[in-house]
Each structure stands twice: as structure tokens, then as C-alpha cells.
Design a protein around this ligand. Structure first.
Ligand code: PMV
Length: 322
């Protein structure tokens, strides 16, 4: 009744931003991501009826985490079990990089919990389960590029991720510039909720995101990096625009984020194809071709000494079980 799994983080090229159902974590729009080779979470789950309570240990310290506790309750319901779980997780991200992600965490937890329960869930089922922990985790079940379809059903049965059908032949890299390693002031759940409830731009965002998704899929098929990059950048800025029009308005971006965006524009003016994206925090991730990754890294290193070159990473996997 014990298993260990690894899942890698992913960065959305077309963002998930806003839920149509908060309990089932059903998104307002579909999204598309790249799984990163460098950053991952390793999680061991043990189910036992000898355990009195659930326990969660993160990076060597016992902690209370309401999202994990809630997720274990959901898993018990889904698996038809009553046993409690001991969960031990380690985030393999550079120290204090601020990149520990709920995506890799809940994907690894879903997979380890399923295997430890003696189940052989397929990837679609695992993606659906991971989604119930954190939306973006649905995509971390898969390697390379994944598409999370929002689904049409109220039950969430058709809201899961799958590998992008025609993955690009381009050799892509994502260069991550860490400008702030601290915890977020407004986590993604709160940020989304506030946007959905108060931002007049939210409706326009969901329509834009669906269009961007079609554009990027065509560009993937055509191996057109310019269109891929321009779509990624526009989509990220559209998402961040929704927060600035919320009540009260907020932004995840810091002066250093804008300085890096300027640098990316300057790189393009000098003939290096590079495009930025940002999530619910100020760190900037720059999509480029592997042939340019060193030059992009050097340019970003003038802003921060924490710059990491990532490539498409592997799918979630079980590394040990009873
Ligand atoms: O899965 P969550 O609740 O951590 O939300 C992720 C939200 C973004 O990272 C901003 C976008 C995305 O699609 O990953």
C-alpha cells in the first residue's frame, strides 16, 4: 500500500485563468503547456488503516496543508477507501527559486496515491484526478506538450489533459528567470476568483484564450515558431490584463519582470527569436529555440543570477511501489 511517483512542473503557453466550477475545478477555457525537464516533485504515499490521521511532510518538515488534506478526502471518495495516508514530498527545484509548483505536486500525489491503492488508472483518469487537486496538475501527468480540454460536462468527466496531437518538430527551450523567490501574496486560486467575479475583461479573456489555442495548435503543426511565440506572449499579457482591471486591481508583475520583457524585445530586435510568459508571480519564462538558449540565458543573467535553461520534460511516472 505504498508507492513513489515523480511528476514534472509545466508552464502554460496558453493559460488556464478562471474556473467555471470551483469545487470540481472546471476551467473557463482550455489551456496548453510545456512540461519542464528541470523541475519536479517526488512523492511517496502510504495508505493504511493503522494510521489515525493523514500526514503530510514537505521537504523534510511536517506541515498542515488544506489543499492536500482536501485532496486526500477526494481521493478516498474516488477510490472507495477509508484508509488514511502518509504523504512525503520533495520538491526538486533550485533552492528558494519560487518555482515549487502545485502542478507537479498534485500530479505526483495523484499518481502515487493511485498506485499505492493498487489501482492501474490510465493517464486520462490520472489527469482528471490530478485536476481535482490543482487545475494545472492535470497537464503534468504528460510530458512534452499537453492540452487540457475544458470539457463540456458539468461532472468534469471530459475535463482532462492529453498530449498535443501534432507536437512540434522545433527544438524548444524555456529559459526561466527567477526575480523573486518569495511566496505569492495572492495565490492563483484567489487571483482567479477575484478576476472571474470582478474583472470586466474576464469574458474577453476566455474568448481570446480559445482563439489563441487554435492559433498555437496550427502553428505547432506548421512548425512556425514566430506565430507560436507571438501567441504565447499575447496570451500571457492578456491574462495579466484581466487582473489589472479587477476590483481591487492587482498584478503579479514587478519592475524586474518588465525589465526582462524589455530585454526579450531587445533580443528580438537583434534577430534572436525569444518570447516571454509569466504566471501567478513575477518570474519570467522565455521561450526560444535551443540554438539561441545560451544567448537568451546571458541576456537574462544581467537581471538575476537565477536563470535556468529547461527543455520539454518527461511524463509522470511511478519509481517504486510495494
Ligand atoms: O493550477 P493552479 O491553481 O496553480 O493555476 C495555475 C494558473 C497559472 O499558472 C497562472 C496558469 C496555468 O495555466 O498554469
Amino acid at each position: 500500500m505504498k508507492a513513489t511517483a515523480i511528476a514534472h512542473t509545466n508552464i502554460a503557453l496558453i493559460k488556464y485563468w478562471g474556473k467555471r466550477d470551483k469545487t470540481l475545478i472546471l476551467p473557463a477555457n482550455s489551456s496548453l503547456s510545456m512540461t519542464l525537464d528541470q523541475f519536479y516533485t517526488e512523492t511517496t504515499v502510504e495508505w493504511s488503516d493503522a494510521f489515525m490521521t493523514d500526514q503530510f511532510t514537505l521537504n523534510g518538515s511536517r506541515i498542515e496543508d488544506t489543499k492536500v488534506t482536501r485532496f486526500l478526502t477526494i481521493l478516498r471518495q474516488q477510490f472507495g477507501m477509508t484508509e488514511k495516508a502518509h504523504v512525503t514530498s520533495t520538491n526538486h527545484v533550485p533552492t528558494a527559486a519560487g518555482l515549487a509548483s502545485s502542478a507537479s505536486a498534485f500530479a505526483a500525489l495523484a499518481l502515487a496515491a493511485s498506485k499505492a491503492a493498487g489501482r492501474e488508472d490510465d493517464d486520462e483518469t490520472l489527469s482528471r484526478l490530478a485536476r481535482l487537486g490543482s487545475g494545472s496538475a492535470s497537464r503534468s501527468i504528460f510530458g512534452d506538450f499537453a492540452l487540457w480540454q475544458k470539457g463540456t460536462d458539468d461532472t468534469g468527466i471530459d475535463s482532462y489533459a492529453y498530449p498535443v496531437v501534432a507536437p512540434t518538430e522545433l527544438d524548444l527551450a524555456m529559459v526561466v528567470a527567477v526575480v523573486d523567490a518569495g511566496p505569492k501574496k495572492i495565490d492563483s486560486r484567489l487571483g482567479m476568483q477575484s478576476t472571474v467575479e470582478t474583472s470586466p475583461y474576464f469574458e474577453a479573456w476566455t474568448a481570446t484564450a480559445e482563439k489563441d489555442l487554435l492559433t498555437i495548435q496550427d502553428a505547432f503543426k506548421a512548425n512556425d515558431f514566430k506565430i507560436i511565440g507571438e501567441t504565447v506572449e499575447r496570451n500571457a499579457l492578456s491574462m495579466h490584463a484581466t487582473t489589472m482591471a479587477a476590483t481591487p486591481p492587482f498584478s503579479y508583475l514587478k519592475p524586474a519582470s518588465f525589465a526582462i520583457m524589455e530585454t526579450v524585445h531587445a533580443l528580438r530586435e537583434n534577430g534572436i527569436e525569444a518570447y516571454f510568459t509569466m504566471d501567478a508571480g513575477p518570474n519570467v519564462k522565455v521561450l526560444c529555440l535551443t540554438k539561441d538558449e545560451q544567448q537568451v540565458q546571458t541576456a537574462l543573467a544581467s537581471h538575476t543570477d537565477q536563470v535556468y535553461i529547461c527543455h520539454p520534460g518527461p511524463k509522470a511516472r511511478v519509481i517504486a511501489h510495494d
